[in-house]
Design a protein around this ligand. Structure first.
Ligand code: PAF
Length: 278
């Protein structure tokens, strides 16, 4: 695996590669990332990953400083997974001047995650667009755990006519259902034992919708209550349609239930997709 530090070095290293499959990450890699790399490799072209903890997508009171940075272990995992090139710039190399030009997003950026993380999705879209310009992939892979991020990026690529296929990788879970996440490292042992409740609450919400219950507000309230009476502080539980994360209309079949909740300091997010009978 060749490690490139600067945008120029990366462009130069990739200039003769025509079929690039790209996995952007912020490092602290787990089995979810490795499964995205495996999907990228299965395309048969050149596999490129990036590691960059992007300050633009963190709010002033968020965990940018404490975000786990494990570069040596990450390189080993990427190398073992068969990545050909890694783009790993420093902040100065990636943002040599203040990034004042940013991607402007529609109203969804202020809903769900965006309501609790103002500016987050604009920061994500800006870094990903810039990464796309440097790496110039044909296909890029993002985990479904960050469902709203995946939706925002998919729609950005379509509306801006970028010639890039966006693929959503299934969430990888521990045996008890907890979705793998870099932020799980912040859970206490008691928190780790409690954490799968989020997955179970989402599972019950999904069952209710699939049974034909259309009172989404009540379903969302029940799930939030289950969490909050067990020590969580829930930001939202929401049943939305998959395509644009708006409130489902009666005919919408492809839905997703999403949640974010705090268990002590760590804030966990998760979601489950579902397809209603027509
Ligand atoms: O999902 C992530 O790890 C990040 O949001 C991404 C897509 C690499 C952009 O910084």
């Amino acid at each position: 695996m060749r490690i490139c530090k600067t945008p120029d070095e990366t462009r130069d290293a990739l200039k003769n590669e025509s079929a690039i499959a790209f996995v952007p990450t912020m490092g602290n890699l787990h089995a979810g990332h490795v499964s995205l790399v495996a999907q990228a490799r299965s395309r048969g072209g050149t596999t490129v990953a990036s590691i960059f903890v992007n300050p633009l997508q963190f709010g002033p009171n968020e965990d940018f400083d404490s975000y786990p940075r494990t570069f040596g272990a990450d390189c080993e995992k990427l190398e073992n997974a068969g990545v050909d090139f890694l783009f790993a710039p420093t902040e100065r190399e990636f943002y040599p001047e203040p990034q004042t030009y940013r991607v402007e997003l529609p109203g969804i950026q202020n809903q769900l995650e965006g309501r609790f993380r103002p500016g987050h999705f604009s920061g994500v879209a800006t870094v990903v667009l810039k990464l796309f310009h440097i790496v110039r992939p044909q296909v890029a892979f993002f985990g479904k755990k960050d469902y709203q991020q995946l939706m925002v990026l998919r729609n950005m690529v379509r509306q801006l006519a970028l010639p890039i296929e966006i693929v959503g990788g299934e969430t990888v879970r521990d045996g008890d259902g907890l979705a793998l996440s870099s932020r799980n490292a912040f859970l206490t042992p008691a928190g780790r034992a409690e954490a799968p409740r989020l997955y179970r609450a989402l599972g019950r919400a999904r069952e209710a919708v699939l049974r034909g219950d259309a009172d989404f507000s009540a379903i969302e309230r029940d799930a939030a209550l289950d969490l909050d009476t067990n020590g969580w502080k829930t930001d939202y539980v929401a049943v939305r349609r998959q395509s644009d994360l708006q409130t489902p209309l009666p005919g919408d079949r492809d839905l997703v239930v999403l949640a974010a909740s705090r268990l002590g300091t760590p804030r966990l997010i998760d979601n489950l997709e579902m397809t209603r009978e027509g």
